[in-house]
Design a protein around this ligand. Structure first.
Ligand code: ATP
Length: 349
């Protein structure tokens, strides 16, 4: 029987993107499934040469494959991430943040959060304007649709993983905007009676995560709160550049329509082409992609094999190790292949 095959759009980028793409292909070969990568070149040179046509090609490819892996890209005339967010209507970001073995951190506790963030609106759609000389005002927008999408995604994730959800906002003060957010969350949560859910004030949540991180699992928040919380959590985990995220777009029934996975770090031009890039973040992005397409076991194995090797000291130079991109990738691929190999059947008489 052939291996199950999935098509994945791969958005090629700048800087270390080429090495990361090679690493991903090596790792994909170690999986018991087949990933058919459809490449689209998002490198700056190609974007400059082809303009909007590149984004048309990306939109067409992702609409067909429904999942995409994106390598880091240079922001020059435009931010490809911002363009893609608008073009594909990516309204929710899922950013897991957890302590990664081997990554130095000032924080001594274990952290394991899934931040689910409404990625549109809030104060970020309006740069604000002056009123006279000494005051300025901006509009803060909260809309039912993306909140509903983020809530369904967070609760479905909780149902799948057995985790609980905390929603956080400033609903006691921002009664209109954050009040709408919490009321949509309450409404949607009634469709998931088996999922445990509680509400926190956002400022209290920040303190509590630092004091007792083990009390939080999935955290559901509006745009700017998610932005602040992600960086704080990454700072605590010491892993600003090592995580990955899912950028999600939904259909009319709030079911995931397209999902684009990427690494948190940039293009690292200083080490590009030197076989020094750490592929951990893009491997964690691939792990999320595999879970999204229903290959839960493969996704879990890619994540745990990568983290276990880091724990054992198999690390690239940025983490104080000796491995190159290629040798680290080969080690992860071998471990993934070993863990996912079919077990020998006991002999039957
Ligand atoms: P960009 O402008 O694309 O954001 P940047 O270099 O300003 O690029 P990062 O790419 O995040 O920002 O890099 C910050 C530092 O971290 C650089 O010194 C870079 O070499 C290092 N770095 C980033 N990603 C990696 C990686 N995957 N492996 C090893 N080092 C990395």
């Amino acid at each position: 029987m052939g291996r199950p095959t999935y098509q994945v759009t791969e958005l090629l980028g700048d800087g270390i993107g080429t090495e990361l793409s090679r690493a991903i292909h090596t790792l994909a070969e170690a999986l018991p499934i087949r990933l058919d990568f459809i490449p689209v070149d998002l490198a700056l040179e190609n974007r400059r040469a082809r303009g909007q046509a590149v984004y048309d090609e990306v939109a067409e490819a992702i609409t067909a494959t429904r999942v995409a892996l994106k390598h880091p890209t240079i922001t020059a005339e435009e931010s490809p991430n911002a363009v893609l967010r608008r073009r594909l209507d990516l309204s929710v970001i899922h950013r897991p943040v957890y302590t990664i073995p081997g990554v130095p951190t000032n924080f001594r506790r274990e952290l394991d959060l899934d931040i689910v963030r409404v990625a549109t609106g809030g104060t970020y759609d309006d740069p604000g304007r002056m009123i006279g000389e000494d005051a300025a005002v901006s509009l803060r927008i909260v809309e039912r649709r993306p909140v509903c999408e983020a809530t369904r995604y967070a609760f479905a994730l909780a149902r799948r993983t057995g985790k609980h959800v905390t929603s956080a906002s400033k609903y006691t003060i921002q009664r209109g905007t954050d009040g709408l957010f919490e009321s949509v969350v309450q409404e949607v949560s009634r469709q998931y009676p088996e999922v445990s859910h509680r509400t926190e004030l956002f400022d209290a949540l920040l303190g509590k995560i630092i004091m007792a991180p083990e009390r939080f699992q999935i955290v559901l928040v509006l745009n700017e709160y998610g932005d602040f919380l992600s960086d704080m959590a990454c700072g605590l985990a010491g892993s600003l550049g090592i995580g990955a995220s899912a950028n999600l777009g939904f259909d009319a029934a709030s079911v995931v329509r397209v999902a684009l996975f990427d690494a948190a770090h940039g293009t690292a031009p200083d080490i590009a082409g030197k076989d020094l890039a750490n592929p951990t973040a893009i491997f964690l992005a691939l792990a999320m992609l595999l879970s999204q397409i229903g290959e839960i076991d493969a996704g879990h194995t890619v994540k745990t094999a990568t983290l276990d090797l880091l724990r054992q000291g198999v690390r690239t130079r940025d983490l104080g190790g000796e491995e190159s991109t290629e040798t680290f990738t080969a080690a992860v691929a071998a471990e993934v292949s070993r863990r996912l190999a079919p077990r020998p059947q006991p002999a039957t008489r």
